[in-house]
Structure formats: C-alpha cells, structure tokens
Design a protein around this ligand. Structure first.
Ligand SMILES: [Fe+2]
Length: 216
C-alpha cells in the first residue's frame, strides 16, 4: 500500500475546550453531552471506518468501491470537520463568549453587513430557512477578499461552496443541536447562541487568512 495512505492518521474526537455545562443557559449541558459524545463521536467512528475501506479499495484497485465511498466520506468526514470548528466557535460568557469582535474584523463586518447586528440578523434568517439539516456559515472568501454568509446542507463543509472560502463561524442547525432544549424553536436557538459565540476565534482565523492573502 502507498505509505502515505498507511500513515494517514485516523480522526479522533477532540476534547471540548470548556465544561459541558459552561454554555448554559444558551445551550444546555444535556445537549452538549449528547452532541459531543454521541453525534460527533459517531461521525468520527464512521469516517474512520470509511477511510479503512478506502485504503483497502485503493490497494486492491477497486475503482467501483472508491467511488461508492465518496458520499459516506463526505458526510462523516464533513461531520467531523464541521463539529471540530463548531466547538471552537463557542465559549462560555466568563471566557469572552458573546463579546463582540475588535478590528480589523469588526470594521470588515460593518463594511459588508452594515453592523454586527446586520450580520447576526442575516445569519439567523438564513439559518432558520435551511430546509432539513445543515449549517449556516460566516466565512472569508480569500480570493475576493470579502466576507460571506452561506448555508450548506447535511454535513457539507463550507469549502463545498467555494474552494477559497474559510469558515470563521459555523452554526449547526441540525435538530440534534437544539431540539432537547428548544424543541422546534430553531429561531430561538439561533437568537440565543450569539451570547456564547467566540468572536476571538473568528478574529484570529480572519486575521491569519487575510494576512496570508495580502502576502501572496
Ligand atoms: Fe451537530
């Protein structure tokens, strides 16, 4: 087998950077435990299984199986990638959760969306309108140097909407992200999650990628 394939590390469930109850009352301990320990873990497990099958299929030259595995890899690998970002997008209030971003991200948001409130309203509206399961994203288009709001279905990562898109904040709008606490009130979940959004993380990613773009 190709040594690159053999040495590819398996995915693993990242630790949460805060306690399960640290995001209350915006997101309950029950949801955080289920979401992290059950849902995210399942994506990791299924992704690793699919990667094992892919290694075998590639080794055997089984093209049919290689193609067949793409959708399950996209779904479970996307689930792993998206949730790994999502946990970092959140922070307890006493650790800066909900604290608005500083410049340069703050000025960029004002320029693109009028104000931070304008961005939040747009994300809430688009997140509420996602049919079925998916994500609403706030991202940076590195090529066009502009901020974007996008939605993706299922577990599609933001990059499926454009190879130059970098996620700054992704909000999970699958029912598993809010149903035990908010029932069918997705809009209420979207309204409350901003009180625990980690703008420092978004700012760091923005500055790193904007700087890279400038240096090219
Ligand atoms: Fe989720």
């Amino acid at each position: 087998m190709d040594p690159c394939l053999e040495s590819m590390k398996t995915a693993s469930l990242p630790d949460l950077p805060y306690a399960y109850d640290a995001l209350e009352p915006a997101i309950s301990e029950e949801i955080m435990k289920l979401h992290h320990q059950k849902h995210h873990q399942t994506y990791v497990t299924q992704y690793n299984k699919a990667l094992d099958k892919l290694r075998s299929a590639l080794s055997d030259g089984d093209h049919s199986s290689v193609v067949k595995l793409q959708s399950i890899i996209k779904f479970n690998g996307g689930g792993h990638v998206n949730h790994a970002i999502f946990w970092k997008n959140l922070a307890p209030v006493h650790e800066g959760g909900g604290k608005p971003p500083h410049d340069p991200l703050s000025s960029a948001i004002d320029a693109h969306f009028g104000s931070l409130e304008g961005l939040i309203q747009k994300m809430n509206a688009e997140g509420a309108a996602v049919q079925g399961s998916g994500w609403v994203w706030f991202g940076l288009d590195k090529e066009l140097k502009r901020l974007v709001v996008e939605t993706t279905a299922n577990q599609d990562p933001l990059v499926t909407k454009g190879s130059h898109l970098v996620p700054l904040i992704g909000i999970d709008v699958w029912e598993h992200a809010y149903y035990p606490q908010y029932k069918n009130a997705r809009a209420e979940y979207l309204k409350n999650i901003w009180s625990v959004i980690n703008w420092k993380y978004a700012s760091d990613v923005y500055e790193r990628n904007n700087r890279d773009q400038t240096e090219i």
